[in-house]
Design a protein around this ligand. Sequence first.
Ligand code: SF4
Length: 732
Amino acid sequence: MTDTRSTCPYCGVGCGVIIESEGAQITGVRGDPEHPANFGRLCTKGSTLHLTASAAVTMQTRLLQPMQRLQRGSAAASVPWAQALDVAADRFARIIADHGPDAVGFYVSGQLLTEDYYVFNKLAKGLIGTNNLDTNSRLCMSSAVAGYKKTLGSDAPPSCYDDFKDAQCLFIVGSNTAWAHPILFRRIEDARRANPAMKIVVIDPRRTDTCEIADLHLAIQPGTDVMLFHGMLHLMLREGWTQPAYIARHTSGFDALERTVRDCTPDQVAKVCGIEPSALIEATRLFANSPSTLSLYCMGMNQSSSGTAKNAALINLHLATAQIGKPGAGPFSLTGQPNAMGGREVGGMANLLSAHRDLANAGHRAEVAALWGVADVPAAPGKTAIEMFQAAADGEIRALWISCTNPAQSMPDQATVRRALERCEFVVVQEAFATTATCAYADLLLPATTWGEKVGTVTNSERRISRVRPAVPAPGAARHDWSAVADFATRLEARLPRRAPGTLFPYTLDDPAGAQAIWNEHRETTRGRDLDITGLSWALLDTAGPQQWPCPEDQATGPATGPATGRSLGKARLYEDGVFATPDGRARFHNAAYQPVAEARDERFPFSLNTGRLRDQWHGMSRTGTLGRLFGHVPEPLVQMNGQDMARLQLGDGDLVQVSSRRGALVLPVRASTEVGPHQSFIAMHWGEEYLSGQSSSGERIAGVNALTLPVFCPDSKQPELKHAAVRILKA
Ligand code: SF4
């Protein structure tokens, strides 16, 4: 038996795993006791990874050969790699020649490795000359990013997992940590056991399992977070709980915000948020007066039409009370996917460039062009996720390359997304699994490696870079995403006007050395940037273990200050000196007024619909859905409602109901739940067409909860409001 150290591919906690294998077979998995994210622990998903790997083989759900579909709706036939990539290069080159570079787009994934992301970004922005590269991280973390940048000046979570044990008050907002980040929740439980005086406040419209550990739960009305935070600041000012000296020395913009929160009185907050003024006062007192307050937050804050304002309003509270830059204090966004942060590090989004550079900054564009050896990087912003599929539905984008994600299930407003895929002239789907809904729309299917086979790096929620290592060879003809894309890119180079004297993709294909060369190139782009990792190398990650950024060159030989399991070389906590990543070094208070949800409840659609994760399932279930035991927790799709509403509608547990929004309808069983407040409902995000099909309002067949959700997004982050839609619920 062989042991291989790697990283769990599910959530942003980034737990270390040891993969057990015999020959080409993954036989077991256990937590890596030396990984500083989990110290050997794994949750139900992580501890069954080996079973999902073997189930995929038994159930033949893996995509093992490149497949071409000559006509939509017909069966796909296997083709050799060279032929598949030549077809793709011909079609992309023709569309670019006829309609310009912005007629193509790339939609990738927070589950790709940093090396995969880097090559996609260079292909789109360096070779083709389009910024139409976006990712499902847009659905995940972009509001957290925009919130950090607007206030602290940089896309860098300032806290770390070690802060849990130092926090005297944990303020958990819009996060069911117990289910979505289980290993972090174990650390919270440990911290509480070690320090019973620690106070925990949970802000969430639902009474989730996370609330079981809370001293105080504020079940606010959906989408009212900004009003709550402004009301807290109002109270802090009234009671003298702010830190004027810190505000004066380290921040700017407080006066304008002070005027905005003047009207957010406790009575007003109670009315809008639906909570008792006494609960508001208690939450505010704990936040402001605890020696150290750490906020943990996730999709409830991000997936909102005012996601950036929510994030920034919470960070405002940390700045106003100096609860930042010290052990156990600070705002700390929990990353949804395993490598959402790594994607941003290489600039893998429509508005970013390598190493957190901004596309809108001419100097940054010139720096990246020089690093890549191309004349320029296009200035026009690319289409973000929702915009990209809308542009495809409108005929503006004619070719889409989709990698490691399933937009035909996961994007809001499924009817538009499926229309976009149908209208596109050429769709490439690069996937490990042949069963995703998006595969049905592909003209070309390219088999990708997945967990246990891939090689590269990922970055977790606390800025920690971990190695991903292969335990078994790629099955069939599957290839690493970066390798297939670099192969395609060199073929496309030969068909487009030359951008550089040599190839932009000089990597040894299908070889770990190629992935390492890509990482080294990425590392060089970070020199002097906020995420500088010039002090790291794959060799150092192998010997010293996973490391946090920043870790510039002169820090690489630093003292062995980390846990016994490895040397900690990077910076665990940011802004300890009170100097922020803004031009003047001062953090900026963000002044945005409260805006209600985009689609309010009304007489026709009187219920709020919330969507989210289950404990034992992951995304569209392409991996977790292959294992029976992961259905033990929640065996079937259902809509949760409050018991009072069910009694009023004369519904009983298990009755079939039709849940309709302005965009579509689903039929599924209903169950009474004390988690859900009156006039609210909840459906898990995971169930796709095998489990939950429905109809769009114009009669098309669609599936999953995103048949109901809406494509409205935050104007700053462009992240859609997946956490709220107005629905009607009637007996079916
Ligand atoms: Fe994997 Fe997340 Fe579970 Fe850790 S907490 S084992 S990273 S799913």
